[in-house]
Design a protein. Structure first.
Length: 124
């Protein structure tokens, strides 16, 4: 009777010995997703104001708060990205880093464009 081959087991995944690295990585990803949701909410609120009814003060305030939240959380995510890149033994995939960088920089770029246009708090 022929001997059965044992299935090849995959080598164990190398984990960073410091649990702080995992914590910071999770915090970074949560901040990126939070910034993305704030940005999408801001775009939806602005679209409502431009397309449906621009005279709703509550939606205008919501758009401003979501933009501010996206700006703050985006800056936090950029800071956490730098920390994660320095702490991890294996860097995150390039696609994730690029996506996180775009999500973090987008509110800052939008603020700069609005400032250069001369109306940071201008009506929509």
């Amino acid at each position: 009777m022929p001997k059965r081959k044992k299935p090849q087991s995959e080598p164990p995944v190398a984990r960073d010995p410091n649990p702080t690295v995992e914590f910071v990585t999770v915090a970074w990803m949560l901040s990126v997703m939070t910034a993305l949701v704030c940005e999408l909410g801001f775009v939806a609120a602005r679209a409502f104001l431009l397309l449906v009814n621009g005279e709703v003060p509550a939606i205008r305030a919501l758009a401003a708060m979501l933009f501010f939240a996206a700006l703050v959380v985006g800056l936090v995510s950029l800071g956490l990205m730098v920390i994660v890149m320095r702490m991890r033994r294996d860097p995150p995939p390039r696609g994730i880093v690029a996506f996180a960088a775009v999500v973090g920089v987008l509110p800052v770029a939008a603020l700069l464009v609005r400032m250069l246009a001369g109306g940071v708090f201008a009506a929509p």
